[in-house]
Design a protein around this ligand. Structure first.
Ligand code: UD1
Length: 360
């Protein structure tokens, strides 16, 4: 059996490692990795291959940048060519990026069955590019690997046949266990940044809905700068956010009050998070990783796909994305007792369950 796997953006390099390393030691299956090039900076891409030992891709398409239509269209054409050449039995895609949609669309039109890891997630906000990518990918997929029961229910509500849907747990938990089970893989990043133990916050910010609206971006950065009055706030800055703030003096002033660093690799980020008092993020992955390390989180968005963390009390959505509402959510997160213990993301065996289903 031959699987062509499409990856291209930072979270996909992380998500792919669990299943890819299992496939590598399973006789009778061959995986051909395709890197679309959506993320191309070394600290957004190569570092994850190096850190996590992900095999070098069989094809690099170098198709990052441009508008959504340009990026997705160019990737669609290039992935189609790879599929025609490689003639896989399955095309595997992860998450909700433009690379995910390009891969799913190219394969389904060539009648190559599509397997979607992280199926069924919904924000119910169609203004997010990721929501469009998720919905469309799910509806052309043949295997839908849902990380949570909420995701399974979302797919049922959209009329997707239940035989295609598998509740697997979350592959990101499989990956988090690399460090949870072996703390010696922690790095010295907190020391390098001179951070007080359990006395700092970690933040990430890159969603288009936050970065592309100047008033909203400023409200968030000022909210983060307020937190920085009481503890260091570390921001590994995403290229999108860096580019946009550079032309926005007030945003730059607020940014100047944070501990801004370049994007970091997987083990540095996991180490930073595991020692933090608080996480503030608009990333889906970081919301879950905060929970894996039992760090309270404030999500810098109007809604979240990971609703179980809000229900368990580990995650909070501000009442609105304003400076004051972010401050109120932070105060609440710091004052509240720890959230409830639960395992909504499975037992760290998601990649095994997925591989079993694909080879059944
Ligand atoms: C993409 C995904 C998002 C995911 C995120 C993780 C889509 C629609 N969005 O958003 O779901 O959460 O990745 O990071 O697919 N850039 C660089 N260097 C890089 C990568 C990007 O400078 O290595 C620049 C791009 O040229 C662009 C901007 O950053 O100007 C945004 O990159 P893009 O890939 O469009 O989207 P992300 O915001 O990263």
């Amino acid at each position: 059996m031959k699987i062509v796997t499409i990856i291209g953006a930072r979270p996909q390099f992380i998500k792919a490692i669990a299943l890819s390393s299992r496939i590598a030691v399973t006789p009778g299956i061959e995986e051909f990795l395709v890197h679309t090039g959506q993320h191309y900076d070394a600290n957004m891409s190569e570092v994850f291959f190096r850190d996590l030992g992900l095999r070098q891709p069989g094809a690099r398409l170098d198709l990052g940048g441009g508008s959504h239509g340009q990026m997705t269209g160019r990737q669609l054409e290039a992935v189609e060519n790879v599929i025609l050449t490689e003639r896989p039995d399955i095309c595997l895609v992860y998450g909700d990026t433009n690379s995910t949609l390009a891969g799913a669309l190219a394969a389904s039109k060539l009648h190559v069955p599509v397997a979607h890891v992280e199926a069924g997630l919904r924000s119910f906000n169609r203004r997010m590019p990721e929501e469009i990518n998720r919905v469309l990918t799910d509806h052309v997929s043949d295997w839908l690997f849902a990380p949570t029961q909420v995701a399974v229910d979302n797919l049922a509500a959209e009329g997707i046949a239940s035989e295609k849907v598998h509740l697997t747990g979350d592959v990101m938990y499989d990956v988090a266990r690399l460090i949870l089970d072996d703390p010696s893989r922690s790095t010295n990043i907190a020391c390098r940044l001179d951070l007080p133990e359990m006395g700092y916050a970690v933040t990430t910010l890159h969603r288009q809905e936050n970065t592309d609206d100047p008033a909203r971006l400023l409200a968030i950065l000022e909210g983060l700068a307020d937190v920085a009055e009481t503890m260091p706030v570390v921001l590994p800055i995403h290229p999108r956010t860096r580019k946009i703030t550079a032309s926005h003096p007030e945003a730059m002033a607020a940014l100047g009050r944070l501990t801004v660093i370049e994007p970091v690799g997987f083990f540095d980020m996991a180490t930073l998070l595991s020692g933090a008092r608080l996480a503030l993020t608009d990333s889906g992955g970081l919301q879950k990783e905060a929970f894996f390390f039992r760090v309270p989180c404030v999500t810098l968005r109007d809604e979240t796909e990971w609703v179980e963390l809000v229900e368990l009390g580990w995650n909070r959505l501000p009442e609105a994305i304003t400076r004051d509402a972010i401050g109120a959510a932070v105060a609440d997160a710091l004052a509240a007792p720890p959230g409830l213990d639960a395992s909504p993301y499975g037992s760290g065996e998601a990649s095994r369950i997925i591989l079993d289903a694909l080879t059944a």
